[in-house]
Write a protein that binds this ligand. Sequence first.
Ligand code: NDP
Length: 313
Amino acid sequence: MNLNAETAAVLDGKATAKQIRQEVAAGSAELHASHGVVPGLTVVLVGDDPASSIYVRNKEKAAKKCGMNSSIVSLPANTTEDAIISTVERLNADPAVHGILVQLPLPDGVDEQRVIETIHPDKDVDGFHPQNAGRLMIGIPGFVPCTPAGVIEMLKRNEIELKGKHAVVIGRSNIVGKPMALLLLREHCTVTVCHSRTKDLPGVAAQADILIAAVGRLGMVDASFIRPGAVVVDVGIHRVEDEETVRRLFGEDEKRLEAVRTKGSTVAGDVHPVDARGRAGWLTPVPGGVGPLTIAMLLKNALDAARRSVGLD
Ligand code: NDP
């Protein structure tokens, strides 16, 4: 670990994601050749939230590029909870569908947990079903949520030493913070999990060799949170639409300012990028860090689901 870093080295999530996607494409081709099975991923989208629609289309495109069958089941926003459940049950019973993903959030009034628990655990490629969460907890194979799984892949493939390191995770959500902490524990880190009631958050974070920011607060993790030389992983995704905020986060970054002027926005994370670059040893960029890994790991989970359906590990 470089303890005197002046400019953090980039942890290139995009490059790792590309590698994983290539491996998944090769795995899909192999499965087809050996068993005549094409991995099938179906995404259920309820309503017409523009961000969700973009995510879902990106997932579908990425799956097709890896040689999978991929489809979107689009349901209107006023679909009843029971009708969503019936859709999931139909997909559970369809042997051509190996992975099911229900895009969250679901419309108000729909019990998300009930829907998630309807997905068959063997097709739960998001890893949100309690059975898969339990499997992760006790350390037996199952589907692991894609974002934290992607973070671990990226750290390992960049040969970041994990064993014995102090990892601090800011955030305790079921989809990022908690599974992240469990995965780091599995890699023999000493893990501290922080949240909104943590006292002296910067002081705790600054003890980390590996700091994971999954807090959902734009640029909150500034220099005071970062131990010099630490590995900093920024999970946050925020759209920034005004030049003043761009300057506060990035300084006079012409490319970013230009993006706001011409496209209306740029994307930033939970970590203050200029502060972190001057203090961390390694840092994930936003965009191009954790984001691409999430989709890559979804594809990997879908391939694993298809492989397991024919009795392969
Ligand atoms: P949640 O809102 O579900 O969880 C946020 C966590 O941060 C909570 O545990 C909360 O604590 C904690 N928190 C909030 N404010 C503070 C604070 N001021 N101080 C300390 N802790 C705080 O978010 P997610 O886990 O779903 O997502 C986190 C971020 O990651 C978001 O920006 C999201 O957009 C992004 N994300 C990115 C993905 C990717 O592919 N790159 C995928 C998923 C998420 P408490 O529990 O006490 O309320």
